[in-house]
Design a protein around this ligand. Structure first.
Ligand code: C5P
Length: 294
């Protein structure tokens, strides 16, 4: 997350994420799934501007027309949660410039929510500690905690809210494609539950070791997403995107989160840019060339 003051307004650029590894370890009594996932922050940013105001109000400046500006939007939910928790009597006027695609598995809504908690904690001077912000983040969504501390990568467990940062010795470069249709996370998990219980669950240990050593071939071998099968079943576009990305000269490819975004791990920033251009010229997808960031 990057912060800057513009007069009385606080402006935050908040990143997207990609899941390099996602294993589902089982169902929990609360209906959620126990996860082990490795996420990296990438430099595709939403921007949220926070200005002092009497009431809480949100305007969405870009992105799909359907993106709500009411309590269905995580920005407003995060603001209300912090205000309630800290008994804040004033408001804020918030403007969201949306660049991270929705329902893509890139964590845009969660990233916006994390930015809101951190920014309003500063703007309102509520002084919550990192631990207290994490407690609120976990109530908003499973990926919100990952974004709170601006880490470049982490292993996340539990529902996804237990974040253990990991060091990345090298910058990773990706091309991300997002088919036209999105998928609801809930639907993808439901589809997973209707299928066979996997007999061989993977661990992220080998990927973490490969990330530590920095060899792209080994990192690519360890890309894994348990939600790929149900997402392919729900969206032919996911299957097609993965097939297309795997046929390129990139080191490897996988789906991120619950889809429908899919990415190729590239050998250099240059390869990510040129592959991005080539896929864009085919005109089939929204395409981004991105790199790891914090
Ligand atoms: O927590 P979040 O709002 O991101 O989750 C969206 C939906 O995804 C949940 O309502 C749940 O159906 C599913 N989910 C799950 N297990 C997780 C995370 C999400 O079943 N660990």
């Amino acid at each position: 997350m990057r912060f800057s003051w513009q007069g009385p307004s606080l402006v935050v650029h908040t990143p997207a994420k990609l899941n390099l590894f996602l294993e589902v370890r089982g169902r929990r009594p609360d209906g959620y799934h126990e996860l082990e996932t490795v996420m990296v922050s990438v430099d595709l940013f939403d921007t949220v501007r926070f200005a002092p105001g009497e009431h809480l109000a949100l305007t969405v400046r870009r992105g799909p027309a359907a993106l709500p500006e009411d309590d269905r939007n995580l920005v407003l939910r995060a603001a209300r949660l912090l205000a309630r928790h800290c008994d804040v009597r004033t408001g804020a006027s918030m403007e969201l410039i949306k660049r991270i695609p929705v329902e893509s598995g890139m964590g845009g809504g969660s990233s916006d929510a994390a930015a809101t908690l951190v920014a309003l904690n500063r703007l309102w001077g509520t002084g919550l500690s990192s631990g207290e912000l994490h407690h609120l983040a976990a109530q908003l969504g499973s990926d919100v905690n990952f974004f709170l501390d601006s880490v470049s990568a982490a292993v996340c467990r539990g529902r996804g809210e237990q974040v253990e940062p990991i060091d990345l010795p090298r910058t990773l470069h990706f091309v991300v494609v997002r088919p036209r249709g999105g998928l609801s996370t809930k639907e993808v998990f439901q589809r997973l539950d209707s299928g066979d219980v996997p007999s061989n669950r993977s661990s992220s240990a080998a990927l973490q070791e490969a990330l530590g050593q920095g060899g792209l071939g080994r990192i690519a071998e360890q890309l894994h997403n348990r939600l790929e099968t149900p997402a392919r079943e729900l969206s032919r576009d996911v299957a097609e995107s993965l097939r297309q990305l795997k046929s390129t000269a990139a080191a490897g490819a996988a789906m991120t989160g619950s889809g429908t975004g899919c990415f190729a791990l590239c050998r250099s920033a240059r390869q990510a840019r040129s592959l991005g251009r080539r896929l864009r010229s085919l005109g089939k997808h929204h395409v981004w060339s991105v790199s790891g960031c914090s």
